[in-house]
Design a protein around this ligand. Structure first.
Ligand code: ZN
Length: 167
């Protein structure tokens, strides 16, 4: 009888066939895979997709959280599914730098007691015609911090210089 040891789990001691540490890892991996598969199934159902693309972590996606194109697409999902709408300020990577934007998230409860999230970036200043969308009106209170647009900034700059020249 030859006893073995596991290089990955030296503390598991000597064993005949199966390292208890490896068995534990395998169990954890299977549980994780099962949970991820359940999340993906919920998302497929909620989004009405038969096939779900692989999540893009660089966009903040996970198996339970997906990005949609824009606030109108999110609004269409809200009209169909309901759910809870929240918002937060986020920093996005862009062209080697970052910019600050508003992320709107729709959390949708699923029949099996889970929750999936669908989110998109929203620029209230550039998309003023979207302020009346039900998904935006569902935000309480509406945390709209309308940043000055490029034109507004240019106008202020001109005003500043005009004032100077008027002196
Ligand atoms: Zn092991």
């Amino acid at each position: 009888m030859i006893l073995q040891t596991c290089r990955r789990h030296p503390s598991a001691g000597r064993f005949m066939a199966t390292c208890s540490g490896c068995a534990h890892d395998l169990y954890d991996t299977e549980q994780r895979n099962r949970a991820e598969a359940a999340h993906r199934a919920r998302l497929r159902t909620v989004l009405g997709l038969r096939h779900l693309p692989t999540p893009r972590p660089e966009l903040g996606e996970t198996d339970a959280r997906r990005c949609v194109w824009d606030i109108r697409e999110l609004d269409a999902l809200y009209a169909r599914l309901g759910g809870t709408v929240t918002t937060r300020q986020v920093e996005r990577d862009y062209g080697g730098g970052t910019f600050s934007t508003t992320e709107v998230t729709l959390a949708v409860p699923t029949p099996d007691g889970g929750t999936v999230e669908v989110f998109t970036d929203w620029e209230p200043a550039a998309e003023a015609d979207t302020l009346d969308l039900p998904v935006i009106r569902a935000l309480h209170p509406v945390p709209v911090t309308v940043e000055p647009t490029v034109q507004d900034v240019a106008r202020e700059d001109r005003g500043y210089w005009n004032d100077r020249y008027d002196d």
